[in-house]
Design a protein around this ligand. Structure first.
Ligand SMILES: [Zn+2]
Length: 296
């Protein structure tokens, strides 16, 4: 008689421990790049802990999680990722899971670009979907759904947070439309081909130095062709970005008598930007102002 009782109390005890643990613990999710981190943070409103896999200032295209980070992701309630080749580590890992934990992680991982109309650059999927604010709204709606299933009790709060942020994104989209449609020169010469979704949304034409990843080196022939394009389109500004080597932009600017200005791909934010309270919308607005100035 003693044994079953002991077992019963043991089971009840562990059940109680488990339940109280669940109640006090804030759910947590991982994002694989800054845009997802920011959108998820806005929807979470502090009720879900959102972590960015890539450290401040890190380059998300080439980032590979350490085994320790992978272990932490496995313990989270969900992994939100961009897809379209942004996370080069993810697909091979989920295809050949190294453990049961990784198999479980694959099941609670959500690709936010699913269902979003994809653009291609030289035949390759362009992963920079967030640079069309409408796509950012669609991603955020997915995040709202995921958070509501992780934490159904707070579903109405997540819906409200989504609505509020979506309103700000709609305003951003309208302002971008107004500014870009009034540009005299709608050609955009950029460092890496990250701005395809923005160009597509607002009737701009993107010309670029490097392909989809900032690490790609242009050849002398690529540069020559671009110099010709700059002259033909009468572009006055070459846009570079933080993670891109300034040397190429400087060479181009010198050859074409252009100014250099900085655009944000918003794929990563450094420590200073985060401390200053910058986010997706604030940096997008800076981009709009910069292009307005450069396209005069
Ligand atoms: Zn990029």
């Amino acid at each position: 008689m003693r044994k079953p009782l002991f077992f019963l109390s043991f089971i009840l005890l562990s059940l109680a421990a488990c339940q109280s643990g669940e109640q006090s613990e804030t759910p947590s999710v991982y994002a694989t790049c800054y845009p997802i981190f920011d959108l998820a943070t806005k929807v979470a409103g502090g009720l879900i802990e959102v972590k960015n896999l890539v450290p401040p200032g890190g380059e998300p295209h080439e980032y590979e999680p350490t085994p320790r980070e992978l272990g932490k992701m496995c313990q989270a309630d969900a992994l939100l990722y961009n897809g379209l080749g942004m996370e080069s580590w993810l697909e091979p890992l989920f295809k050949n899971p190294s453990s049961q934990e990784v198999r479980d992680l694959a099941k609670k991982s959500y690709c936010l670009s699913d269902g979003i109309e994809t653009l291609k650059i030289e035949g390759v999927d362009d992963p920079h979907i967030w640079l069309n604010p409408k796509n950012a709204i669609a991603e955020m709606d997915k995040i709202r759904g995921i958070f509501s299933s992780i934490d159904p009790e707070n579903a109405s709060t997540y819906a409200l947070n989504y609505e509020n942020e979506a309103k700000r994104l709609v305003a951003l989209d309208e302002d971008a439309k107004a500014v870009f449609s009034a540009l005299t020169n709608k050609n955009l010469v950029v460092a890496h081909a990250a701005f395809g979704y923005m160009a597509d949304a607002y009737g701009l034409t993107q010309h670029y130095v490097s392909g989809l990843s900032p690490d790609e080196e242009p050849t002398a022939r690529d540069l020559e062709a671009l110099i010709q394009t700059i002259q033909e389109t009468e572009v006055k500004t070459i846009y570079t970005e933080e993670l891109f080597t300034k040397k190429i932009a400087e060479t181009l600017a010198a050859a074409t008598n252009c100014e250099i200005a900085l655009l944000y791909t918003i794929e990563t934010l450094d420590e200073d930007q985060l401390t200053a309270g910058e986010d997706y919308i604030s940096l997008y607005r800076k981009n709009i102002a910069t292009i307005q100035e450069g396209g005069k």
